[in-house]
Design a protein around this ligand. Sequence first.
Ligand code: NDP
Length: 292
Amino acid sequence: MHEANIIDGRAIARTVRDEVRTKVDAWTTRGHRPPYLAVVLVGNNPASASYVRGKMRASAQAGIAGDTLTFASSLTESALLGIIDQLNADPGVDGILVQLPLPRHIRAQRILARLSPDKDVDGLHVVNAGRLATGQRGFVPCTPAGIMALIDRSGISTSGKHAVVVGRSNLVGKPLIHLLIRKGTDATVTLCHSQTRNLARICRDAEILVAAVGRPGLITQEMIRPGAVVIDVGINRVDDPSRTRGYRLVGDVDYENARAVAGWITPVPGGVGPMTIAMLLSNTFLAAQRSH
Ligand code: NDP
């Protein structure tokens, strides 16, 4: 029976992280201080705290220095703006990451807009979104950058291919279309969302199909063109009494059945997720390098 090639995000992420480590070592050997990443965590969302711990651990392994600045969920928006101002002004800080989501009383767009675009290693400032959209050098959001690295490093060509992206968030879908249509990448893109008619038909035409929705099982086997590259960005918890924690993580793609049709596929976990952290490290090194 046909089985898709598995795109091993953990292995590719390890390679990217090792490459960052090598660049950081060369950088510090030349007499520079290590790159420094400040992570701002507001509130006590356990998932956010766990993501931040993962990011800090990976940073340390890559030779990147950093701190997590943790605040109670009662922190006011103006206090957080003040903290961002301080980090922007600190020449010892190369990258700033504000872990999302923020508590409801803090407007994330206002906070992100306050970041110095040149320290915005998550690539979410409107200036970086604009730079990406107009082909200028900036910071590319980590998840879409990671998706492109998975495709490139698997030796998959994109030129002239039809790529379908499902999900139009500022975090994933929208920046990804700019990366896919860049000169040199040259895909032809369709972007789908909750109001798209005939989603199944459009997906079935995709040579590269990216699902970034947050709905388990949305992409079924029938929606996949034989041989397609399937990138599953979704991270969903589904109940699983057989696990001690009571749930397991799945993507947006019906993985087991999709494998029988796709040419390439990313698993969840172990696909796009590890790449997001790897690209954060890569962006933080770039921030340090560009500030000199
Ligand atoms: P958002 O909720 O911001 O966006 C979801 C998108 O999916 C929206 O554009 C929405 O459409 C669309 N959508 C919802 N339902 C449907 C449907 N039935 N058919 C087609 N489109 C639909 O999510 P994010 O982009 O932030 O995240 C998407 C998923 O990726 C989540 O599971 C998240 O956990 C995961 N994620 C994983 C990361 C990683 O590192 N692997 C990083 C970031 C996210 P509309 O705009 O019309 O509402």
